[in-house]
Write a protein that binds this ligand. Sequence first.
Ligand code: ATP
Length: 363
Amino acid sequence: MAEVSIRKLNKMFDVTHVVKDVDLEIRDKEFVVLVGPSGCGKTTTLRMVAGLEAITSGQILIDDAVVNEVPPMDRDIAMVFQNYALYPHMSVAGNMAFGLKMRKFAKPEIETRIKRAAAILGIENLLERKPRQLSGGQRQRVALGRAIVRDPKVFLFDEPLSNLDAKLRVQMRVELKKLHERLGTTAIYVTHDQVEAMTLGDRVVVMKDGWVQQVGEPLELYNTPANRFVAGFIGSPAMNFIEATLAESGGAVVAEAPGLRLTLPGPQAARARAKAGRSVTLGIRPEDVHVATASDSPDLCFDSTVEVVEQLGSEILLDTRVGPATVVASVDPTMRIRSNDKLRLSLKPERLHLFDAETEVAI
Ligand code: ATP
């Protein structure tokens, strides 16, 4: 069993506050991903869990024991780094054995563990090679192997796939997921790539400027983002945002922007009614915008001019202009659409998001 509790964790580098009151309870066997833009404090948080960075204030517990002062070597965690950090002069087997030798494991036990990890990762035939004789993907496997042989309580991953090319990254992502299913070791994984976060995480922690913005299962973040930042960060292509003003009109609540007048559907209207007269940001994902048909309610239709057509095979992405705003729509790939076409668009009512224009919090 391995639970990790992070309580009111803070980190200052001199006067710069880079991790701010981070609270996180990571359950046994859970795969938690910390994601956010460069500089948001995710790596520093991970390094504090590893013991590689001193804590300014707060607590880190592994299985109910406070580890703030415990040296990295004694935390029973294994970390996989972005640059793999392999010893160039040692063979693959030597690299995998190193941590175990340091911990005074007996030779037969070391050999058994290396064999088992090598079989899991499919690197049995590489054990005698040196790191320079390996491809990027193979080096990454060795770095994973070095963590696996330790059979630690917790795996920590710091952007382990970012040095791989796009195709290999996807392949290794799937392998990491399988590996976690097989080993069931509690894992904390840092990335700036939201696709990696969504596909790997049981839960995802979105960070910005040192603050946790939202913690949730991937679909929870996608469907009910807590604020505009999370809404824009999760999902690809990114959510469309349109600045609008709310007004009450004949009992309904309408959102008005240049070139756009939407009558809010019931649930959103109920939440937004108190904000009539105020500015809001409308949010709608490209996959929730479609070319209007006769069955669409005029309440949620608007006119657009197509600026760019991107045919992706499985979908067409349209960059359209609506008043001063750009609205991206993902539409049926069989449609014949050209730039400068005038299109009437509509959206799925239940998928319309509203954010307070000032606080950016979801309404
Ligand atoms: P990235 O994806 O670029 O690694 P990150 O979200 O992991 O970003 P951190 O590496 O945790 O961010 O860095 C958070 C902030 O702390 C950044 O502004 C960074 O410049 C600063 N920082 C990190 N390490 C140090 C250090 N040793 N001394 C001073 N400032 C640091």
